[in-house]
Design a protein around this ligand. Structure first.
Ligand SMILES: [Zn+2]
Ligand SMILES: [Zn+2]
Length: 189
């Protein structure tokens, strides 16, 4: 049975990890497993901005994909960037095996507001479903409530839900059916 792996960089809050386990399983239907905590990605630090290169984290994850993994989702507390963008909530390889999300800007404290654990967990779920969606070939969706709608500000994250709209759900089903056919795993009826 193939699984989606969660890959924590360093120590990640247990509530975040267990929430992700349930949510990813509910939305994508794969068993969810955890990789042992990965070393802190100091190799990806940009000392000038104190941010981490999401592309380098993805590269690191690519070398660690377990043989039974359908996808690997990295989780980091560090703030991430890609060149040309001041920050990203996450980054994924479209149609590829790996994605990563950052918790840094999902905390209310980042915006100098009081801590709100429930809000944090909802934001984490939305970003995880979003980045994993890209790995399953999904692109940005115009339905503002769909997890695949684009978020480049926290207000956008809060407007959407952690669920895929009907259209994106169908695209995900088609994608996985197609993959199963390619892998010769389709059961003939
Ligand atoms: Zn996106
Ligand atoms: Zn959608």
């Amino acid at each position: 049975m193939r699984a989606i792996y969660l890959a924590p960089f360093g120590i990640i809050d247990e509530d975040v990890m267990s929430t992700l386990e349930v949510c990813v399983w509910q939305i994508y239907g794969y068993e969810v497993k955890r990789m042992p905590n990965l070393p802190d990605p100091s190799y990806a630090l940009d000392a000038k901005t104190n941010q981490y290169s999401s592309a380098l984290l993805l590269k690191d994850l690519l070398r660690r994909v377990p043989s039974d993994a359908v996808r690997v989702l990295g989780v980091t507390n560090h703030d991430l960037f890609i060149p040309m963008l001041s920050f990203v909530f996450g980054h994924a390889q479209v149609n590829g095996p790996v994605a990563v999300i950052s918790l840094a800007r999902l905390h209310q404290e980042f915006y100098r507001l009081p801590e709100n654990k429930q809000l944090l967990l909802h934001r984490v779920m939305k970003e995880a479903v979003h980045e994993l969606g890209h790995t399953f070939g999904l692109v940005h969706c115009s339905d503002g409530r769909c997890a695949m709608s684009l978020s480049n500000a926290i207000q956008h994250v809060d407007k959407k839900t952690e669920e895929l709209c009907a259209n994106c759900s169908i695209l995900f089903e088609d994608f996985t059916k197609q993959k199963r056919r390619e892998n010769g795993m389709e059961i003939q009826q």
